[in-house]
Design a protein around this ligand. Structure first.
Ligand SMILES: Nc1nc2c(c(=O)[nH]1)N[C@H]1C(S)=C(S)[C@@H](COP(=O)(O)OP(=O)(O)OC[C@H]3O[C@@H](n4cnc5c(=O)[nH]c(N)nc54)[C@H](O)[C@@H]3O)O[C@H]1N2
Ligand SMILES: Nc1nc2c(c(=O)[nH]1)N[C@H]1C(S)=C(S)[C@@H](COP(=O)(O)OP(=O)(O)OC[C@H]3O[C@@H](n4cnc5c(=O)[nH]c(N)nc54)[C@H](O)[C@@H]3O)O[C@H]1N2
Ligand code: SF4
Ligand SMILES: [Mo]
Length: 696
């Protein structure tokens, strides 16, 4: 029977509304939903890949146990019992357990609700996630300044007049830490009303190409650029927090004293954005009309991730644009994470091997391999990965892959045999995406408008299928029982969601959302949410977090240090990929080879490299071989490889992806490179050498 299901695409943060036409359990078509309150019909090519995931013959349908080099199907009880018994034995013998949580878990509210149970059953501080190769600097700075890690200031693009994007490429990523479907139309609207878009990026990205102004910047030097803007604002007499002034604690004054010790010319020459451009931009930001400074991956996975995000907050405060319409706004969402969870944490304890501070209850994932490989009490002997592919997504993935091979027990909750799960003893596959319910619990609160939208499963679970949340809850219960711990009851996701909604200020219930499949629009966000929304003990903005202020000294040293010769490697994303997890979709991978090394013509000529030549790229930790793409779109001195590739490792079972596996950017990134403040990995600006490969 044919039926059209009103759903939300769960693949990226944009949460676009989709219409899924099904014939029984088979997907016939996926279209944008013109009635969706947030996305109003927009989708990108990735939405249709949902049909490919549903039908993919490589997608595991049953738990599988590794036997030699092959996999044997088993039923769920057998899987849970065997894993629990082995885990209990490892723990009883003094081995540590670790947990790695990947990106798709942020797009699955029901799964997210069970992760606490699993942490408890594993009873470990060795929790890792994709957050420390991503957005942890945002969360840390927000916790310090505003009192809660989830108080994300949302760029109000629909009402602004000037938007500065530093290290983000929303035309490819569809926006990040910022749920903004159809950002392209919103940018066009900004320009049509006489507004301006400025992009600062070492690559002339899709977004930079649509901007009014694009500046190249030397990778890793954004702190100097942002500081230059602050100094230039002060120089022009344009520091004016306005309504926010009484909310700022004495740190504000201390911050400006510290900023004043830097000179624009020195900052400009280090970051390679001309001083005049910095001054002009500062004047524009401080001119009065609403303006936004927004930074994303390019400034997060950076040696100064936390410092960058602090400086961005300072810019938005100094120009009076924080908590102002057309600037950056704080949401009060229908299901409110800020009210329902603790503020976050930092430095309560440290990792065993490298002594790195805990951040939001996790250790930096760049040290996961250290914890597995380094012998001694507390060595990690068992690992559970949930919806993650750290062999491809974390620095020196090849080393991590070797470390995984030495574990006594590894369990992967994943529906594919990937570069990571290939090392598991058990793979526990969730059902296809259309058998899951969807509510954007984590991403709805950072959307451009306030809204609520719930989608029930479009098809029932097939015989033997389980949802992610059931797998994680089942695993947690089995491990707890085997270890003689109290057996946790699973969290009923729908009941919990309903409670969250009822506790919020919208007055909505889950039944209201069920009755409104296209979503309920609760309007644009309002300014003036501060101080009510702050969660700091004194109700003020903590304007100069100690660790950020102190980090200015490290910046000064970096600026004074000699510059390493050679090329700096950065990553990139493409509209037809999503991290590593859509690589097996035939309709997405078609087209030209996208796993290429972008290199500027001058750098290519100097090395005798022509367009399409095979080149080797070598860093401190590894080497890859790829075709060169000679292009003016990349800054001289910088080269770029896409992230999420490298499906050619032994054991991987992704037949479409393996036709053109590409190479992994993270075989070159260096786990020694961390932002010492946040523990976030430095994934851009990796020093590399590039040579033409000897002809075969
Ligand atoms: N060098 C470099 N490295 C990066 C980045 C970069 O820009 N440059 N980006 C970083 C960022 S922002 C992120 S978020 C991380 C991502 O890092 P990870 O989360 O570790 O990796 P993903 O590639 O997102 O892989 C997700 C895995 O989950 C599986 N999966 C997909 N959907 C589901 C599901 O519904 N349930 C379950 N159980 N599994 C599912 C997929 O098969 C895949 O194996 O990578 C980071 N790594
Ligand atoms: N199509 C697609 N969409 C995605 C994803 C995907 O893989 N594919 N992944 C999703 C995820 S998990 C995330 S976190 C988001 C990320 O969303 P974005 O942050 O918007 O995406 P990126 O492409 O990583 O953009 C980072 C930009 O920073 C630039 N950059 C690199 N180094 C530096 C630097 O030192 N300084 C500055 N100023 N810029 C620098 C890069 O050239 C790049 O253009 O995208 C999400 N959406
Ligand atoms: S932008 Fe594309 S991948 Fe992201 S939610 Fe929308 S349709 Fe899905
Ligand atoms: Mo991410």
């Amino acid at each position: 029977m044919r039926r059209t299901h009103v759903r939300t695409c769960h693949i990226c943060e944009a949460n676009c509304g989709i219409l899924v036409e099904m014939d029984g359990d088979a997907v016939r078509a996926i279209r944008g939903n013109p009635d969706d309150v947030l996305s109003r019909g927009h989708i990108c090519p990735k939405a249709t890949a949902i049909a490919d995931i549903e039908a993919d013959p490589d997608r595991l349908r049953r738990p599988v146990r590794r036997e030699g080099t092959g996999w044997v199907e088993a039923d769920w009880d057998e899987a849970f019992c065997d894993i629990a018994a082995r885990m209990a034995a490892i723990r009883a013998a003094g081995g540590e357990a670790a947990l790695y949580i990947g990106n798709p878990s942020a797009h699955n509210f029901a799964l997210g609700m069970q992760l606490g149970l699993l942490k408890k059953a594993l009873a470990t501080r060795n929790v890792f996630s994709a957050s420390t190769v991503d957005q942890i600097p945002h969360q840390l700075v927000q916790m310090w300044m505003y009192g809660h890690n989830a108080l994300f200031p949302i760029p109000d693009i629909d009402r602004t007049q000037l938007m500065l994007i530093v290290g983000g490429n929303p035309l490819a990523s569809n926006g990040s830490v910022w749920t903004v479907p159809d950002v392209k139309r919103r940018i066009s609207a900004l320009k049509a009303r006489g507004g301006r878009l400025v992009v600062v990026d070492p690559r002339r990205t899709e977004t930079a190409a649509t901007a009014d102004t694009h500046h190249f910047i030397r990778p890793g030097t954004d702190a100097a650029f942002l500081l230059g803007l602050l100094v230039a604002l002060d120089e022009a007499g344009l520091v004016n927090p306005g309504r926010l002034a009484p909310l700022l604690d004495p740190g504000w004054k201390a911050a400006w004293e510290a900023f004043g010790r830097f000179r624009i010319e020195a900052l400009a020459s280090w970051c390679a954005v001309p001083a005049e451009a910095i001054r002009e931009l500062a004047r524009a930001l401080g001119a009065g009309p609403p303006a936004i400074v927004y930074g994303r991956m390019g400034v997060s996975v950076s040696p100064f991730g936390a410092l960058n995000h602090w400086l961005i907050q300072c810019l938005n405060i100094a120009t009076g644009n924080l908590d102002r319409e057309g600037g950056l706004l704080f949401s009060v969402p229908p299901a409110d994470v800020v009210m329902a969870s603790g503020p976050g944490s930092y430095g309560r304890y440290r990792s065993r091997v490298r002594g790195l501070p805990e951040v939001m209850g996790e250790y930096p994932v760049a040290t996961l391999a250290d914890e597995i490989e380094t012998p001694g009490p507390g060595q990690v002997r068992a690992l559970v990965t949930v919806a993650g592919n750290p062999v491809l997504s974390t620095p020196d993935g090849s080393r991590l892959a070797r470390a995984l091979g030495g574990l006594d027990l590894m369990v992967a909750v994943d529906m594919y045999v990937t570069a990571t799960s290939a090392h598991a003893h058990w793979i526990l596959p969730p059902c296809g995406p259309l058998a899951k319910a969807h509510y954007p619990l984590l991403l709805g609160p950072i959307a451009v408008r306030n809204f609520a939208k719930y989608a029930p499963p479009a098809r029932p679970l097939a015989e033997g299928e389980k949802d992610d949340w059931q797998i994680v809850a089942g695993l947690a219960a089995a491990i707890a029982r085997a270890r003689g711990l109290e057996r946790p009851a699973p969290v009923d996701p729908e009941a919990a969601l309903d409670r969250w909604l009822r506790a919020g200020t919208s007055g909505l219930t889950l039944d209201d959302l069920r009755a409104a499949p296209h979503g309920i629009d609760l309007g644009p966000h309002a300014g003036g949410r501060l101080p009510a929304r702050l969660r700091t003990a004194d109700g003020r903005i903590h304007a100069a977090p100690e660790a950020c202020l102190a980090d200015l000294d490290r910046l000064r040293e970096a600026i004074a240090a000699p510059r390493p010769p050679g090329l700096l490697l950065i990553g990139r994303r493409h509209i037809r990929t999503n991290n590593s997890w859509l690589s097996n979709s035939r309709r997405l991978v078609k087209g030209p080879d996208r796993c290429t090394l972008m290199i500027h013509p001058e750098d290519a000529a100097r090395r005798g490299i022509g367009h399409g030549d095979t080149v080797t790229v070598t860093s401190r930790v590894g080497r890859v071989t790829v075709p060169a793409e000679v292009t003016q779109a990349i800054m001289p001195g910088v080269v770029s490889l896409p992230h999420g590739w490298g499906h050619g490792r032994p054991g991987v079972r992704l037949r479409v992806a393996q036709e053109r596996p590409g190479v992994s950017l993270n075989d070159l990134t260096d786990p020694a490179a961390l932002d010492p403040v946040s523990g976030n990995a430095v994934l851009n600006g990796t020093p590399v050498e590039v040579e033409r490969a000897a002809p075969a």
